[in-house]
Design a protein around this ligand. Structure first.
Ligand code: GTP
Ligand code: MG
Length: 192
């Protein structure tokens, strides 16, 4: 059965943020890596989350309730959106970090990684940050439809080495590859 995603909350500022204990998993990754597209693919809907070919589309924390399982999937703004002003970037970083460090219900961070390019500094920074706050990582290699089988396998191996043996799930929001495995990993991370 396909779970249903319902947008329950959209948070722009620190004072709107509620640090809840409902189980949740957040989606992180560089701007444009495909976080919001993955939300849509998981939901089986085209326009639930707004996506764009231009980086910096998502500028809020978006809480999607997953039914019937009752946990949240949280779509975060991308890291490293270079065209935003310094003060905007600092505010988002504060908002995201407060959410990530202060939410009792946060069970894991799903980190999206682009299968077409080598590990980037921002990717490593995100994974190291999760590690530093003892947040379990769920790595996902995205845009697999743009990569040859061999390239995917190489990237998966490279990331597994960097992440101490954790192998990313290979996925594509375009073709649907890996979505069932991602749902299963999300459910297990959120609910144990
Ligand atoms: P921000 O909100 O800026 O952080 O970006 P995001 O990570 O949410 O990326 P978004 O989902 O908006 O997608 C960025 C671009 O990548 C869009 O043009 C998507 O169509 C494209 N894209 C996302 N996932 C895939 C995929 O699996 N395959 C292909 N070919 N394109 C994808
Ligand atoms: Mg987005």
């Amino acid at each position: 059965m396909q779970p249903t995603l319902i947008l329950e909350d959209t948070i722009y500022t620190l004072d709107q943020l509620k640090l809840g204990s409902v189980p949740q998993v957040a989606l992180a990754g560089r701007s444009n890596v495909g976080k919001s597209s993955l939300v849509n693919a998981l939901a089986g809907r085209k326009k639930l989350a707004r996506t764009s070919s231009t980086p910096g589309k998502t500028q809020s924390l978006n809480f999607y309730r997953v039914e019937p399982w009752g946990f949240y999937l949280v779509d975060l703004p991308g890291y490293g959106y270079a065209r935003a002003s310094k003060s905007d970037r600092e505010q988002w970083a504060k908002l995201i970090n407060t959410y990530l460090t202060g939410t009792p219900g946060l069970k894991a961070l799903a980190v999206l990684l682009d299968c077409r390019i080598p590990p980037q500094k921002l990717d490593i920074d995100i994974t190291a940050y999760a590690h530093s706050i003892s947040l379990p990582l769920l790595p996902i290699l995205t845009k697999a439809d743009k990569c040859k089988q061999r390239e995917r396998a190489e990237k998966q191996k490279e990331w597994a080495t960097l992440l101490g043996g954790v192998r990313p799930i290979i996925s594509s929001a375009e073709s649907g590859l890996g979505l069932a495995a991602i749902w299963e990993a999300l459910r297990r991370a959120a609910l144990g």
